[in-house]
Structures are given as C-alpha cells and as structure tokens.
Design a protein around this ligand. Structure first.
Ligand code: SF4
Length: 213
C-alpha cells in the first residue's frame, strides 16, 4: 500500500520537461523540513491506495508523462513496484527526490530529478553525495537557491563534481517570491555557468499557493 497525498493532471512546471502535460502522484510524508518547502501539506495528509489503485487513477488522465513526487517518495517501499508498473504501462516516469535517500534501487529507465540541498534550506547536512555517482545522463540535479550563499554553494558543487560535463542536466531554481530570477540569471551569466535556470512555471500559470496544479 501507498499513502497518497494527491494525484492530479497539470502542466509540468519544472525540469527539462517543463511545459508538458503531466500526471503528478504526490506521496505523503517527508523526513526533511526545508525552510522554503512549498508542499508541507504533504507531510501528513494522505489516503491509503494500492499500487493497482494508483496505476488506475493515473490511467484515467490518458497522459504519457507521470511524475512521482512528495513529500519524499522514496520513503515508501511500494514506490518501487509503482515505478515498475508505470514503466511497464508505457509511461515516461519522472521521480523527484530530496537527495538524501539513496537512489540505487530506482529503475534505470526512470528520469530522476535529484535535489542537492543548499545551506538556506537548513538540510544541507543531509545530502547523500553518493547519489551523484548513480546519475544517468537522462537524470537531472536540482539546486533551490535562496540567496548568494546558496548560489556559491551550488556553483562550487557543480565544479567539484564536474556536473557541467557529465550529462545530467543541472537546474538552478530561485525560491519563488524570495530570490529574483533576474538576479540569479545575472550571477549565472557572470560565472559562465552551464546550467538551466528553472522557474516553477505552474506558479505563474496559477497562483503560487494553488494546490493540485
Ligand atoms: S524534501 Fe521536499 S517535501 Fe521534504 S521538506 Fe524539503 S522541499 Fe519539502
């Protein structure tokens, strides 16, 4: 069984698939408490569903792209059979994870978006750095940037781990309503940083606080 916070059909607001229709499966619970978390409602709220139920609910939307997110989706053991089932059904499956849980058991065909927590999140000490060695070229690494110190942390991690040349896309996402996207853009351009500026476009299409989009 899985504890599911919500399943909904929307526009993918993040990652290299931003702009595409996508079904989101948001699983309940997280063992981090990022200061800027925008899905705290997923810490506890949820209903029990079997893997079959979730697969059926996803199928109702008739959408090839599915993202499993949270909360922290890798906390629930049945996320693994869920990923297998969605892949077997022909879906393109994305997984958004906080970066502190090992991704070793995630099926290779899943597109993993792995966060690296920056200092302002309050959770930088929890990063599982071994995850960087497990990334495939189709995976993505995401830094949420709140301030200049976060940016310099991300820039140093990108350089130290050779992320600009290793294949996985590198995403830099300003904390919405806190760090101006133009400021972050100018920092990236000044440093010739080969990374993708990521805006959470669903927060521009709908209100930043709207749930289920
Ligand atoms: S890992 Fe994600 S869900 Fe968990 S506290 Fe951080 S932002 Fe929120």
């Amino acid at each position: 069984m899985l504890t599911v916070n919500e399943i909904f059909h929307s526009i993918q607001g993040e990652s290299s698939r931003a702009g595409y229709p996508c079904v989101f499966v948001r699983l309940t619970a997280c063992d981090l408490r990022c200061t800027w978390c925008d899905t705290a409602y997923a810490f506890h709220e949820g209903r029990k569903m079997s893997v079959d139920d979730v697969v059926a609910a996803v199928a109702e939307h008739g959408c090839p792209l599915v993202e499993i997110t949270g909360g922290e989706p890798l906390l629930q053991e049945d996320v693994y059979p869920l990923m297998d089932r969605l892949l077997a059904g022909g879906h393109t499956v994305m997984l958004e994870t906080g970066g502190h849980r090992p991704i070793a058991r995630v099926p290779a065909a899943v597109l993993k978006i792995v966060d690296i927590k920056c200092p302002a999140s309050g959770e930088a000490a929890r990063n599982d750095w071994s995850n960087l060695d497990r990334l495939a070229p189709h995976d993505e690494v995401k830094f949420v940037i709140q301030d200049r110190a976060d940016y310099e942390f991300a820039r140093d991690v990108i350089a130290r781990h050779g992320l600009m040349s290793r294949g996985p896309a590198v995403l830099l996402s300003p904390v919405h309503g806190v760090l101006d996207a133009r400021t972050l853009s100018e920092w990236m351009l000044a440093d010739r940083l080969i990374a993708r500026l990521q805006l959470q476009i669903h927060k521009y299409i709908w209100s930043p606080t709207t749930r289920g989009v």
